[in-house]
Write a new protein. Sequence first.
Lengths: 489, 345, 306, 329
Amino acid sequence: MILRVDSVSRTFGQVQACTDVSFGVGRGEVVALLGENGAGKSTLLSIIAGFVVPDSGVVRVDGRLLEHGNPQAAIRAGIGTAFQHFSLSPELTVAESFALARVDVGEARRHLPDHIDMGTRTGDLGVPEQQQVEFVKARLLSARVMLLDEPTSLLGGTDVERVLDGIQAAADAGIACVFVTHRLREALAVADRIVVMRRGWVVERMVRSDAGWPADTERQVLAAMFGDVNAVDEPDVPRTWQSGPGVGTISVQGRVGERTRDISLQIGQVLAVAGIAGNGQEELIELLVGTTADRVRLETTGASLDLTGHRMHEWVRHNVAVVPEDRQLEGGAPAMSLGENLVLRDLAGGRLSTLGAVSRRRLRSRARGLIETWSIRPADPSVRFGSLSGGNMQRALLARSLDPLPKLLVAVRPAHGLDHRSVEMVRRELRAAADAGTAVVTVEGDLDEALAHADSIAVMYQGQLSAAVPVAHADRTALQSMTVSGWDI
Amino acid sequence: MGHLTRDIAVPLLAVLGAALIGVSLLAATGHDPLAVGEAFGRRVLLRGAGIEESAVAMGPLLIAALAAWIAARVGLWNIGIDGQVIAGAIAAATLAPFLDTWPRESMWVAVTVVAIVAGALWALLPALLRAHAGINEIVTTIMMTYVAFSLGSWLVEGPLRDEALVTPVTVAIDVGRRLPRVFDTRIHLGVAAAVVIVLLTAAAARWTSPGILSRLVGESAPAAHRLGLPVERYVVVAFLVSGGVAALAGVAEVLATRGAVQGDWRPVLTLPAFAALFLARQNVLALLPAAFLLGMLAYASTVLPRATDLAPDFFPMLEGVLLILLAVERWQRPERAQAPAERSI
Amino acid sequence: MNVLETLLQASVLAAVPLMLAAVGEAIGQRSGLLNLGVEGVMLAGALVAFIAVETSGSFLAGLAAGALVGAVVGLLFGVASARMAASQIVLGLGIALAGQGATGFFFRERYGLTQPLLEPGMSRPISDLSEVAVVGPALFGHKWFVYAAWAGVFLIAATLRFTRAGLLLTATGDAPFATEAAGVDVTRVRVAAATAGQALAGLGGAALSIVEVGFFAPGMTVGIGFIAIALAMVGRQDPLRIALLALAFGVLRGLGPAIQLTEWRVRVEFLDMIPYIGVLVLVVVLGRRVRLPAALGVAYHREARP
Amino acid sequence: APAAQTEVDRAAIVTPGSRSNEGWDQQGVDALVAIGEERGIEVDVVENAGYDDITPILRDLAADGADLIICHASGYQTVCPEFAEREGVPVVVTENPEAVTEGLVSDVETEAQEVAYLAGVMAALETSTGTVAVVASGEPPTWNYMTAGFAAGAKDTDPSVEVLYSVIGEAAYDDAPNARRTTETVIAAGADVIFGMGDGASFGMIQAIREHNAAVSQDEEVRFIDVIGDKSDSDVADFLLTSVLFDYTGAYNTFIDNLESGDFGSIYTMDLENEGVWLLEPPIEVSEETIEQVEAAEQAILEGEIDVPAIAEADELADFLEDLPEGDA
Ligand SMILES: Nc1ncnc2c1ncn2[C@@H]1O[C@H](COP(=O)(O)OP(=O)(O)OP(=O)(O)O)[C@@H](O)[C@H]1O
Ligand SMILES: Nc1ncnc2c1ncn2[C@@H]1O[C@H](COP(=O)(O)OP(=O)(O)OP(=O)(O)O)[C@@H](O)[C@H]1O
Ligand SMILES: [Mg+2]
Ligand SMILES: [Mg+2]
């Protein structure tokens, strides 16, 4: 065994990110580390890479103990890591990024696809390109061990092949590889063994026989990941609803990419904007929430509204709600209490206050009401928002955004990082909001998730937004290819 | 340790630590720490005048610290408080002589309002540059202070000068028309007003919706933006309010303490304001005891040098040591941090 | 020498303390550390350098002492902020206050009521060339330290641009997590940057007391330390840009005395304002281009990112 | 009502700057300390009080039993009378004759322009370049009086002499680096006699001259005329032409006498006649003829034949300097 992890545990607050995790990776072996969101995969890799200090347990490379919490020691021991959120300094060029890590720039060049220019600032690269730079860096830093945390999550087609080939080549060169992915097919393609984690525990280990993986491996892995075989059979919430005709539209006019677009959103429907992160979604969100829009028109059977200029701020505060992707940073103030965070949208929209004055008692009872309805835990409005679990944070943001119902809801990857019961809840609530008369837009990186919760899907690619297709007529493969290589207009 | 215990214990420990360092320095340089301590006790703590003058000294410090707090509320560092104080003082001293015939109460109100506007205007450029061009306010506020010093001097030596006097000073307000004193002490209405303003600010921060939302702007501007809050406007308004509040320290100089602006007057309130702010752990109500403590230190630095043959610089040095200890107090094993990343500048 | 020549020469000399302090501050800023205490560090450097020359008679000893005391303060600042995650702003303001107070206190402790002056002594190695009109004195008529300082700044600029050290600093200030992931110890880089940077600030203080004026007086920096912070930011942490800005600042300040010798009647208060307004104008013109390192002022927590 | 007689056994002085600056602050402190020793009076000194409100200091001094407080800065001209009024403690103010109150406030004025005039005479006679310069650390009245007197003396003696005037900065009393640059500039403009008024900043001027003199031949050396404090036994003596010296002992003694006799509340003007201001005998060699001419001018002033202008205000001073006849240099 080159890499040995023995009884490693780490808790964050009450959450057990890793509990008594042990496994080893031999010379030239590829171990796929699988598990649902929050299972503890990244934490485990970070412990090996020296970024997270375990509460107990040891890591050995070539039999030698690795110092905890020392990334330099890990690198000296021959461990190269590709992080889930990358480890690139946006100010440095691609070449400088390699030079910083003391990696041979010429060799790195050979491993990268041709269209990536070594002189570009990594911050100016597209996110998929950054992911490839991250992978090559990890690969060239790995003398003994290579840790890959979802290195293909943003890639498609030949780029995925290049990464998988790279893993294979590294293994052939005797390097011990740990490969974290949510794409089972990729894991089965390159792994010699599979380790499945759930809630911090290793719950399943599988070895490929000479004949390859047994037929029901996939099913077995999913069962281990989710601990509930039934859930695996039908991961989607059954689509019980009918997409009815819209009862009105909201049109937002403004620039998308180079062109001025008029985006029409149906009240009562869920539109998912699919696409790989970094294709202009940020700009689209700014447009949808009115920050950069030229005009917003609202047409319903009863009323019509036409807004331009500074009245748009009003429109946003009173009629638009956003569930952002980064809950900690964009969702609320981590240092303020849960209760305060729950009433922020009310206050911004002029509710709960009389001429600006607010009653703390009213705030508290309002917060308690939301906590109750949405079963947010802990059910205490005075805890720090930042101390909530990801799922509870998301519940709080949804609670705030959907009560009272906005005219327009923009939710960015609303099910991201949630366990499947929470995912269910999110889908249900989006649906309910639409049914109750809200135009819902989700910005979604995961195509399957988009297909699962939307009425229609549009794709974003390199700043352009495609026409929306009803989910009923959507072709998964066609959409997939649109997200990675665009479409002909 | 609970939050409250910690909020009280930490500043006390820091003060104690600074005092210990002070005592060791005194001993090391051949002074008698006991004699200095005795003089401090007798002149500052036990004399009525000591407490009274400490309270007087607290006034401008409290105002300046509040100005720093307001800017910090939306995530900004107002390092230009001194310039805004000058702006307020000059505005007050310009207007007051023209209102000679007004009842004094109306004169106070008019002068205060105009001075607040002047202080806010002095903060306007840094505020706009920060909000709309993303330019760091530390650079601009520092520069604005130097410009205020020069411009103020010119006004006092030139157009505003009291021709009857040889020394450059603006026309003084009669003692009878200054702010009245509280219970025949030297503590004037301005000090009481400063305390009230701090209480009002604390109330506004807790019981008004802009007060609560401004905290969101400071803690997490992207989140505020996502809620449709006009973040830039919050930043600009808070900075203007900060400048306007700072100007009140200048108003006190003109309406209470001296009755005029002296040509060579250079307020040095910015650094002590931040000392108070951090001593109070950025809690607005805690600014009251923090400013009072620093007021005592300021008073001590004026009377103890003579009594103890210490260089007056000894006391600002202690204040600096206190700040350093307060900074280091926030020590935590970085690799185990649970707190969110510190707010960026 | 005529007035213009003197003005230029004096400006070049006056720029040296400011330039050294600002370049030093910029090194720290590049690594992500914002030290608002430069004023205090400069005063400490000025006092200690003065004492060293006054006792030993050696300018070299004075310069070394000034740099050393700056390095010590920088080391403490670096350890406290990078290792112990103390708030940089609070620390910096504390250092500014403590530095001002401590130098006044210790100067009085040591010299009582006297004001000793240093002998003019430092050599002017190439002053033979200063016969050249107009720019001669400004270019050639200086004490050797002025050339050493400029050479140092060029050396630092080259180091930052062409060596790994520069890459480390930029990466650390921009993305500390990424830097650690590349095998670099961010804490060590920051502590080193703070130490080296504040050593330069201390040296700047020394230049002020022993090279430029030849004595120490409490508060003699009259705000140069704060200007240095501004120039480091406006000069985008680039030593050469900062050096030019410092020079421009020196010329603008030197203009005051010269303009007063002309027929123009300009109040001295307005002359005093020129350099500060100059910086403000520059800031407005540069606008968003005054880019600061992304991690400037932010304590780095290893676990917070991945 | 006539003021009560007060036995003075404790007196205090408050100065804005450092008592070691060999200038304004030190001169006041030294005078009171000397009187204290001579008359057996306890003396309290508060230095570096700055220009903030000094009332707390005054109260502390009063609480310790000060019978007289000298507010040694024209910047204290409003605070001190108000304090005296309120607390009944006699004070001495500077340059504020309006404030004089029987039994409570006396005022000390310095007519230093007369002695500065003599310094101007000497400068005009001693310059070999035909250019002399005034370098000031600010434009307070005390400095302005002397600038005008100096310029008048120089011009009356030799109209062809050029008088340069340069201010380091407003309130730049401690800005030594800038003082040094300013001095270098006027030297470059040809001045070889420099009349410097600067308190702490004076040392910057002195260092500029020292360095200049070290680099040039003897006949190109620049000489310095200092003000207020006597630096003739220091390093400066090598090139110190003369000084306009202030001596507060006469004034302070008079005030103490007044207080003890119940006559407090007057104006004391330090001038040539009462030797409150006087010209230092040149520490360096100066020609007989110069000495004679200076003495003649002194006589003329004392007899009222020469009327030295008294100009306090900066703009007036600028007008005055502009109206002087053109120099030749
Ligand atoms: N620095 C941290 N502070 C607090 N909690 C953390 C921290 N890092 C991870 N956690 C928590 O530890 C648990 C495991 O997280 P981890 O990132 O290892 O999951 P993962 O398996 O990589 O999930 P994903 O598939 O979503 O990447 C989660 O509940 C997460 O919220
Ligand atoms: N930054 C933090 N500071 C303090 N406590 C934290 C922090 N992060 C997590 N916790 C604690 O850990 C608990 C679980 O957090 P985590 O996000 O890992 O939960 P989770 O198991 O992923 O839940 P969910 O499924 O709802 O996302 C929280 O309730 C909180 O008490
Ligand atoms: Mg992960
Ligand atoms: Mg979670």
